[in-house]
Design a protein around this ligand. Structure first.
Ligand code: SF4
Ligand code: SF4
Length: 387
């Protein structure tokens, strides 16, 4: 079990069974941990973590697929991509911050020949590496080597003829073959599905496929205007009706097929629309926009952003060598709720949702300080529908 202290108590983590739990000071003591200097204050207004729990690391910007909706605009190698040794230095910094997980992606991580060296090194220093790939170049030999990862998800926005709905090319057979190799190797395998207007109605088929393949999860990601996706955002963003029907649909299909359905942080306004009980959301540690606090994005050249969908800052991961402070590096992003405008200002879920996706707000409204323009609560208020 891994742990770290926090102002409220601590965070404990295990891989089998897989969990990450936020626990209070008494619970930490009951587990045999001693007092922490972080507990010298009872100021409960301090709600920032000592460091992110999860870092999304683009290991390379190289990718041969050139999907039109790629949030990284991946294709060719980024200028200044980190060498293997510098990558390991970054991992040492993340380890000293006691980061629990890194999600390696790109670009296509398999295009980087030192992928396994980097993943093995992360394991060696106590960080669990997870991976998202397209599935291109997968072989049975490679899937055997992938046992060092905690969870591997294959990007797939639809099955069979619907695979190419955003991707231009139909690589379904390639992705399907990769999934077969990973499952055969006994690796926890799932799907990452970007949800837009055109593939929404095909979601049930994706569940049916995942159940047939015995996958353990599907993670649904909102289409976000970042990278090349800027060009198709307005055409492909989900409609109001789709936004309000997503959560009931996923809940029904998840139960029917016995597959865990996850939504990313940017879908939290679509969840809040249904007025879920706050105490249950709190117990589940559900969170909305936690860019720079729970989450952090790092590009393949080491530049850091609040999350992978926000513009890179002029901060480098190497600036954290002497310590991390969310308040110092991401003050603007994290102070958003103090300036929240309506309808967020009086929304019951503001402390959890944090005003929805600031990457979408930045693209549509020109500033991260606007409420999420696609929040169904906002839209329904404008149109006089129920909230
Ligand atoms: S009104 Fe704002 S805080 Fe409330 S759910 Fe919508 S985006 Fe989130
Ligand atoms: S801006 Fe916030 S809500 Fe949007 S993807 Fe990033 S962390 Fe999630």
């Amino acid at each position: 079990m891994r742990y770290r202290y926090e102002n409220f108590g601590g965070i404990i983590s295990s891989e089998s069974p897989a969990f990450l739990a936020y626990v209070d000071r008494d619970y930490m003591l009951s587990l045999g941990f001693s007092n922490s200097s972080l507990w010298n204050t009872f100021d409960t207004s301090i709600n920032l973590l000592s460091a992110p729990t999860e870092v999304h690391f683009a290991i390379t910007n190289k990718c041969s697929v050139y999907c039109p909706h790629c949030y990284m605009g991946a294709g060719t190698e980024e200028i200044g991509e980190l060498s293997t040794e510098l990558f390991k230095d970054c991992l040492n910094i993340l380890s000293s911050m006691k980061v629990f997980h890194i999600a390696l992606g790109g670009g296509d991580a398999l295009e980087r020949p030192d992928l396994f060296e980097i993943a093995d090194y992360a394991r060696k220093i106590g960080i669990v590496p997870n991976l998202t790939i397209s599935g291109i170049n997968m072989t049975p030999n490679i899937s055997e080597k992938m046992k060092c990862f905690g969870q591997i998800n294959i990007s797939m926005d639809g099955v069979y003829e619907y695979y190419s709905v955003f991707r231009g090319k139909n690589l379904f057979e390639v992705a399907d073959y990769a999934i077969g190799c990973l499952v055969k190797a006994g690796i926890s395998t799932g799907i990452n599905c970007v949800v837009g207007k055109s593939n929404f109605s095909h979601i049930p088929k994706l569940f049916k496929y995942a159940a047939k393949k015995k996958l353990n999860e599907i993670e649904f990601l909102r289409l976000k205007p970042s990278g090349r996706c800027n060009d198709i955002y307005y055409k492909e963003k989900t409609t109001f009706e789709q936004n309000i029907s997503l959560i009931p649909l996923l809940s029904r299909l998840s139960q029917k097929y016995g597959i865990t359905a996850k939504i990313d942080c940017s879908f939290v306004p679509m969840l809040c629309y249904h007025n879920p009980p706050l105490d249950i959301l709190d117990k589940m540690a559900a969170y909305g926009c936690e860019a720079g606090n729970v989450l952090l994005g790092i590009r393949s050249n080491g530049s850091v952003c609040g999350c992978s969908f926000l513009n890179p800052s002029n901060v480098s991961i190497f600036d954290f060598a002497s310590g991390y402070s969310a308040e110092k590096y991401f003050k603007d992003l994290l102070s958003w709720t103090s300036f929240a405008k309506e309808p967020c200002k009086s929304c019951t879920y503001l402390h959890l949702c944090k005003g929805g996706c600031h990457a979408v707000a930045h693209f549509v409204e020109g500033s991260i300080f606007y409420p999420d323009p696609e929040c169904p609560k906002k839209t329904s208020l404008m149109h006089g529908k129920r909230t």
